[in-house]
Ligand binder design. Structure first.
Ligand code: NAP
Ligand code: ZN
Length: 346
């Protein structure tokens, strides 16, 4: 076994604290990565707090991982020692079902294996990237360009692909009015993609103080959703809303902002179900849809697109010891726009 050091939550009520644990040895198809940076996703917080389902504890969160390969198994074809590599939310899937065959491992019909908080196909608990190393099948490791700021690349592995994938699937681009709902880790990446794909981008935010920053990200318009006059002015106007909100919110109100045939895409994952009135869909033949992260091939496509267009996340680099404070700040919306842990501070 390989000794790993990281930060773990021992239970849903404890803070994250240093912890030593073991990973499997590097198998024939595995690579070992020395982790350099790991992003802090709101999903990490949801999971250590059992917001969605009872978690597997102790839990080492983290699924926005960038590092360097330190060991490769005998049958590894696409990576060598010294290469940069990324790992996102997935570390395994059946790789044979109809969805896996179409590069949709996130929708594996037998259930995918998430990077942490799960018992993997080999019977071992998976531990994430708030740690000094990780061992992963090479099919689930991504190539990372040497060109970009590595700390700012880390959030692309979840926040990046989770927003890139639905915008690509629904072909959002030139001629479309896109509203990005919630300007956090996912939301700020959605703004960057939307602008890069040629859409007219409006940020819908509860935080008036984010306007200047939203415009600096490239957003064309900014609407404070607590301001009734501002909301009234954009009723019936958007082709798409990309909803990244992590908490309870009024879906009906946001649906009223869609144009006829508009689509509300949910990627945020509030702990409790959202209310949906049928009538909010009838008027204007509207759709509510959802999307989960992205497949491995599409994640590589997104990383390559990011390198080509010089797109990375806006980050605040933190020391490991400040992770619990970072969660508190994230809950208050006080992050521009993603915390990334500098693993060297372990
Ligand atoms: P985040 O950085 O905390 O951003 C969430 C943003 O939502 C906040 O900055 C805030 O933006 C807005 N917001 C928060 N509470 C709100 C409320 N009550 N009403 C309206 N807006 C509110 O979180 P994140 O890391 O981007 O993650 C967002 C959500 O996506 C989480 O639930 C996460 O678990 C989920 N997620 C889903 C997937 C997937 O595959 N579908 C992948 C990753 C994450 P403003 O200040 O602008 O209002
Ligand atoms: Zn995430």
């Amino acid at each position: 076994m390989i000794e790993s050091k990281g930060y773990a939550a021992q239970s849903p009520t404890s803070d994250l604290a240093p912890w030593t644990f073991e990973r499997r040895d590097v198998g024939a198809h595995d690579v070992q990565i020395e982790i350099l940076f790991c992003g802090v996703c709101h999903s990490d917080y949801h999971q250590i707090k059992n917001d969605w389902f009872p978690g597997v504890f102790p839990m080492v969160p983290g699924h926005e991982i960038v590092g360097r390969i330190t060991q490769v198994g005998d049958h590894v074809k696409n990576f060598k020692v010294g290469d940069l590599a990324g790992v996102g939310c997935l570390v395994d899937s059946c790789q044979t079902c109809a969805n896996c065959q179409q590069d949709l491992e996130q929708y594996c019909l037998e259930g995918n294996t998430q990077t942490y908080n799960q018992v993997g196909r080999d019977g071992n608990v998976t531990y994430g990237g708030y740690a000094n190393n990780i061992v992963v099948r090479e099919e689930f490791a991504l190539h990372v360009s040497e060109k970009l700021d590595l700390a700012a690349v880390a959030p692309l592995l979840c926040a990046g692909i989770t927003t890139y994938s639905p915008l690509r699937y629904w072909k959002v681009g030139q001629g479309h009015k896109l509203a990005v709902l919630g300007l956090g880790g996912l939301g700020h990446m959605a703004v960057k993609w939307g602008v890069a794909f040629g859409a007219e981008v409006t940020v819908l935010s509860t935080s008036p103080d984010k306007e200047a920053a939203a415009r600096a990200l490239g957003a064309h318009n900014f609407v404070v959703t607590k301001d009734e006059a501002q909301v009234a002015a954009v009723k019936g106007s958007f082709d798409f809303i990309l909803d990244t909100v992590s908490a309870q919110h009024d879906l009906g109100m946001y649906l009223s902002l869609l144009a006829t045939n508009g689509t509300h895409i949910i990627v945020g994952a509030p702990p409790k179900p959202l209310d949906l009135s049928a009538f909010s869909l009838f008027d204007g033949r509207k759709s509510v849809v959802g999307s989960s992260i992205g497949g491995i091939a599409e994640t590589q496509e997104m990383l390559d697109f990011a390198a080509e267009h010089n797109i990375v996340s806006d980050i605040e680099l933190i020391n490991f010891k400040d992770i619990n404070t970072a969660y508190e700040r994230m809950l208050k919306g006080d992050v521009r726009y993603r915390f990334v842990i500098d693993i060297a501070t372990l």
